[in-house]
Design a protein around this ligand. Structure first.
Ligand SMILES: [Zn+2]
Length: 119
């Protein structure tokens, strides 16, 4: 039975955000703990040669987390977990949003008309 051992090796614990280290289970890692103002503790693994950033976004609540457990960064004024659409709606008036939508639809229609199969 060749390859029985490879099944385990094939399970990825986690590739980096850039898709690196997919087969890097042998690469040495450092784990760095970050703390957010909601008292979450987040442990992030970095390659040993990587410079760990001073802050990290807490994956549990979205607030910034820092290396200093006694002094986590304050929550930003904007709420976490706001979608990009929410930000857009906040920044633009409804009229502007409608104009942008019209523009996008017009562009879409003109592309379809010209026969370009963009999608
Ligand atoms: Zn948190």
């Amino acid at each position: 039975m060749a390859g029985a051992g490879n099944a385990i090796r094939g399970s990825r614990v986690g590739a980096g955000p850039m898709g690196e280290a997919e087969r890097g289970e042998a690469a040495p890692r450092q784990t760095v703990a970050y703390f957010c103002s909601n008292e979450h503790r987040v442990v992030v693994a970095f390659a040993i040669e990587a410079q760990a950033p001073d802050s990290w976004d807490c994956p549990k609540c979205g607030l910034p987390a820092s290396l200093d457990s006694d002094n986590p960064p304050p929550a930003p004024k904007t709420e976490p977990y706001k979608t990009h659409l929410a930000y857009v709606k906040e920044r633009r008036s409804d009229k502007e949003a409608a104009d942008i939508l019209d523009e996008a639809l017009a562009l879409l229609r003109s592309r379809r008309k010209s026969g370009d199969l963009i999608f």
